[in-house]
Design a protein around this ligand. Structure first.
Ligand code: ATP
Ligand code: MG
Length: 451
């Protein structure tokens, strides 16, 4: 993309409405624009990152064997009356009626809808197990929408649902989700720690929230610092292997890590004192096993092996896709702007032309652009007639992890400068070597095509 032809409305001033750094940088970098409280337009740069994040979520869900689909945003109230949640949900649910006076709502989540689809089409235990998911906009009329996309009213969420014949099978689905979530967040450059959470009215021990540690997080968390040493890495996993998935769950959840809702002071005190941590975190996902709650309420049964109708065991599993942009920025920035991890960066690298209009510099930039593009990489070329300082400030603010700087002086010696946004370190390389290096870096950070 050439910056002269792109739409990147960066702001020079700090927007006064933004209280936390991720919100401030998303506004300043021209990623989002508030449309009304908690509702945002996604400007081109923000949209690109959102799609990169969504792409990783899809890839990891499909790798785990989960099936993508899409359900509508607007739902009929009938299903929610059936499950009993129409009244429970209260003012957070946006209720609307259509021209015939039928009660409708903008979905805050989809357990009812998926259960309705399931009961219409699945009747035998032979069709199980089944895990399907979608990534769709949700609406919750939050009392206090704030922090930009972090707590929106309209937000983008991945929600997946498993249907299994037995509790054991459903717990395997639960473990599979835990493993796939660990991989998902790590690919985004994030450490998200599974913490034991509150089952709410559903009860039970089987729910974990994934938290990214950050001072601005809304949840208070208590953990053994040893959990922060764990990483999933690039180990191979067979998602059908029950013991393997269970092993990962045990490895990642046996150390003390809880949100304030389930915190147990006595248990926490058993952690050696020097490893006890009280901090704040951002919830970026949650997994849940809830047994037969919805299937019983809504008659989602299958014919079991014994020929008798059996309610299915279910779980639901969510990732806050749009919230993740805020969480990643909270975890990765400095005082000049965002520092995108390679896995989610909107463009793979920036090209800064120090002397736009200089034949040699222009030609070198065009060549770099073509060479990177030919390798499937997506550069952002700042081809505007602007001062170098302004170009650097924009690149730093929007946070591309790598920048190639091209100027007449370097070109005389056959070199360009490759700079890491994270370390600030630069090296002089031939243009060919710079392209090769960037290609090598991204070979280990696959991400989908940008929009
Ligand atoms: P919270 O406790 O933050 O209100 P929740 O537990 O109600 O969230 P879930 O129903 O578990 O949310 O939704 C799955 C994921 O969707 C959450 O882990 C979170 O990352 C994201 N999410 C929930 N509410 C919002 C919101 N208002 N804005 C942006 N993302 C959200
Ligand atoms: Mg939650």
């Amino acid at each position: 993309m050439r910056l002269s032809r792109y739409f990147l409305p960066v702001l020079k001033e700090n927007p006064s409405e933004a209280q936390i750094v991720s919100h401030r940088y998303m506004l300043r970098a021209g990623m989002i624009k508030q449309s009304s409280a908690g509702i945002y337009s996604w400007l081109p740069l923000g949209f690109r990152v959102l799609k990169k994040i969504e792409g990783i979520v899809h890839e990891e869900q499909m790798r785990a064997g989960h099936i993508p689909m899409l359900m509508p945003t607007i739902q009929s109230a009938d299903l929610w009356q059936e499950s009993g949640r129409y009244d429970d949900y209260g003012a957070e649910m946006l209720r609307i009626s259509d021209r015939h006076g039928r009660d409708m709502l903008y979905g805050p989540t989809n357990e009812e809808l998926i259960t309705d689809i399931f009961r219409a089409h699945v009747s035998s235990y032979k069709d199980l197990p089944l895990t399907a998911y979608h990534i769709q906009w949700k609406f919750r009329d939050e009392i206090r929408p704030r922090f930009g996309v972090m707590r929106g009213r309209e937000f983008y969420m991945k929600d997946g649902y498993n249907f299994d014949l037995t509790k054991e099978d459903a717990l395997h689905a639960y473990n599979r989700h835990l493993v796939s979530y660990l991989r998902t967040y790590e690919r985004m450059g994030l450490q998200a720690i599974p913490m034991r959470a509150d089952g709410g009215p559903i009860g039970g021990d089987y729910t974990h929230e994934f938290l990214v540690l950050a001072e601005t997080g809304e949840s208070e968390v208590f953990y053994d610092s040893a959990v922060t040493d764990l990483s999933f890495g690039d180990r191979a996993i067979d998602y059908d292997n029950v013991e393997q998935c269970q092993g990962v769950l045990e490895e990642f959840t046996s150390k003390y890590a809880r949100t304030d809702e389930t915190h147990d002071e006595a248990l926490f005190n058993e952690v050696p004192e020097e490893r006890r941590r009280v901090a704040r975190g951002i919830e970026v996902g949650q997994i849940f096993y809830f047994g037969t709650k919805y299937s019983e309420a809504m008659g989602a049964t299958v014919q079991g092996p014994d020929g008798k109708p059996t309610p299915v065991h279910m779980g639901s599993h969510g990732i806050g896709v749009s919230r993740l942009l805020g969480a990643i920025i909270e975890a990765s920035h400095d005082d000049k702007g965002i520092i995108w991890p390679e896995g989610v960066t909107p463009f793979h690298c920036g090209i800064v032309n120090l002397k736009q209009g200089d034949d040699e510099a222009d030609a070198a930039c065009n060549q770099l652009y073509a060479a990177l593009t030919a390798l499937g990489l997506e550069p952002l070329y700042d081809d505007r007639k602007e001062r170098a300082g302004g170009k650097f400030a924009t690149m730093d603010l929007i946070g591309l992890p790598w920048r190639i700087t091209v100027g007449p002086r370097g070109l005389k010696n056959g070199v360009v400068e490759l700079t890491s946004r994270r370390s600030g370190e630069s090296e002089e390389l031939s243009p060919e070597e710079a392209v090769k290096k960037i290609a090598a870096i991204y070979a280990s950070h696959p991400s989908g095509r940008g929009f």
